[in-house]
Write a protein that binds this ligand. Structure first.
Ligand SMILES: Cc1ncc(COP(=O)(O)O)c(C=O)c1O
Length: 361
C-alpha cells in the first residue's frame, strides 16, 4: 500500500468505505498489452495521455514497449508526473500565461519537456524562459485538423510558426501535432472526417519540410481513432489515453480494450421497487450519461448529488450491501477522487493516490 492509503477504508473484512473508485489491474494490464500489440510492426510510438486518470502509478503501468513518455494537458499534470519520476512529458496544449511558462521551463531541468504552440506570441516568452532557466524546451506546432479548438488553421500558418520557433534560442522544433477529438462510430461521414483530418496534418508536415525544417514527430489520435492513426503513414506517435481504462460508449468500436474502472457504492436505503446507493454526481462524471450497473439489471438510474436511485425488480439487494457501477466518463470521474483502489482477481490489493487530481492549472 502507498503511504496515503486511507486505512480506515479497509475495515469490515475488506469492504471498502464507499463511494470508492476501483481499477481492475488485470483489465488495465490487458488493455496496455493490447495497445502494445497494436503498435508492433507499425514503427510508431505511443505517449499515453494521462489526463485520463492523473495517477502516476497508472501511468507507470502504461510505459514499456513502444511508449516513449507521457502526454499531459496542463503544466500541473506535467509537474505531478515529473515529481513522480517520469522524465519525458508532452504538454499537448497551449501554455501562454507567463507564470505557467516559467513553471514549464523550470520543469525542463528535471525532464524532457515539449509543449504545443499555435501562435507566435508566446514563443518569445517560452524562449526567454528557457534561456533564463538554461534549458531547451521542445515544441510541437499544433494544427487544427478537425476539432476547431486549438491549432493553426493552415499549412502556411504552420510554416510561419516553424520559422519563428527556429529563430528562438532555447526552443527545439520537434514536429507537429493535431487532435481530431472523439470521432464516434455513429458520426456521419466518419471516414471522410478522419481522412480529411490526417490530410491536413500531412499537408502541414509537408509544407514545414518544404520550407527546410525537420518534422521528427507527428503526434495525433485519441482512443476512437487509434485504428486509423496506426494505418496512416505520416503519424509517428499516438497520444491516446482512455484506451487503458476504457469507457462504455467506445465498446461498440472494434477495439481490443475493456472497461477497467468501477465505482463501488453501498445500499443506504431500500423501498419497494428501488434502492439508493451513496454514489451521486459528486463522485462520478456524467458527461456521457449515468454510470451503468455491473452484473445486475435496473430499469433506470436517477442521479442526485450524493445519491443514485436505482429502480429495479425484487429481490432487492440488502441494506449495506455493496454494488459496482461503470462510470460513463472516466476522466472527470477520476478528478473527483483522491485515490483509486486497485483490485486483482476480485481482491483489493492496493490503493494509489490520484496525485494530479485538480491539477488543471
Ligand atoms: C489533445 C488530446 N490528445 C489526446 C487525447 C486522448 O484521447 P482519448 O482520451 O480519447 O484517448 C485527448 C483527450 O481528450 C486530448 O485532448
Amino acid at each position: 500500500m502507498t503511504s496515503t492509503t486511507p486505512l480506515s477504508a479497509m475495515s469490515a473484512s475488506m469492504a471498502l468505505s464507499t463511494p470508492a473508485l476501483v481499477v481492475d489491474l488485470d483489465v488495465l494490464d490487458a488493455n496496455v498489452a493490447a495497445m502494445a500489440r497494436l503498435l508492433i510492426g507499425t514503427g510508431k510510438t505511443i505517449r499515453p495521455h494521462i489526463k485520463t486518470h492523473r495517477t502516476p502509478e497508472l501511468a507507470r503501468r502504461q510505459l514499456g514497449g513502444a511508449a516513449v513518455g507521457l502526454t499531459c494537458a496542463t503544466v500541473g499534470e506535467a509537474e505531478a508526473m515529473v515529481h513522480a519520476g517520469f522524465t519525458d512529458v508532452l504538454i499537448a496544449n497551449e501554455v501562454v500565461d507567463p507564470a505557467k511558462i516559467a513553471r514549464l521551463a523550470a520543469l525542463a531541468h528535471r525532464a524532457d519537456v515539449t509543449v504545443a504552440v499555435d501562435d507566435p506570441e508566446p514563443i518569445g516568452a517560452l524562449s526567454r524562459a528557457a534561456i533564463g532557466a538554461g534549458v531547451t524546451v521542445g515544441v510541437l506546432i499544433d494544427v487544427d485538423i478537425l476539432l476547431h479548438r486549438c491549432g493553426v488553421g493552415s499549412a502556411t500558418d504552420a510554416v510561419g510558426l516553424a520559422q519563428v520557433i527556429s529563430r528562438s534560442p532555447g526552443l527545439h522544433l520537434q514536429g507537429i501535432m493535431g487532435y481530431e477529438g472523439r470521432v464516434r462510430l455513429t458520426e456521419p461521414h466518419r471516414d471522410q472526417q478522419i481522412s480529411g483530418a490526417y490530410a491536413a496534418l500531412s499537408a502541414a508536415a509537408a509544407a514545414i519540410r518544404d520550407a527546410g525544417f525537420s518534422v521528427e514527430t507527428v503526434s495525433a489520435a485519441g482512443t476512437s481513432t487509434i485504428a486509423e492513426a496506426l494505418a496512416h503513414p505520416e503519424i509517428t506517435e499516438i497520444q491516446a489515453g482512455v484506451y487503458a481504462l476504457m469507457e462504455p460508449e467506445l465498446l461498440i468500436m472494434d477495439l481490443p480494450f475493456r472497461c477497467a474502472v468501477t465505482l463501488r457504492g453501498t445500499v443506504i436505503s431500500r423501498h419497494p421497487g428501488r434502492i439508493v446507493l451513496d454514489t451521486g454526481r459528486r463522485v462520478v462524471g456524467m458527461e456521457y450519461g449515468p454510470p451503468t450497473p455491473v452484473g445486475f439489471a435496473v430499469h433506470g438510474i436517477a442521479m442526485g448529488d450524493e445519491h443514485a436511485t436505482l429502480t429495479m425488480d425484487d429481490p432487492l439487494p440488502a441494506l449495506g450491501s455493496q454494488l459496482d457501477l461503470t462510470p460513463g466518463q472516466v476522466r472527470t470521474t477520476f478528478n473527483l477522487h483522491d485515490h483509486v483502489w486497485v483490485s486483482r482477481g476480485g481482491h483489493i490489493v492496493d490503493c494509489w493516490p490520484i496525485t494530479a487530481r485538480g491539477s488543471s492549472q
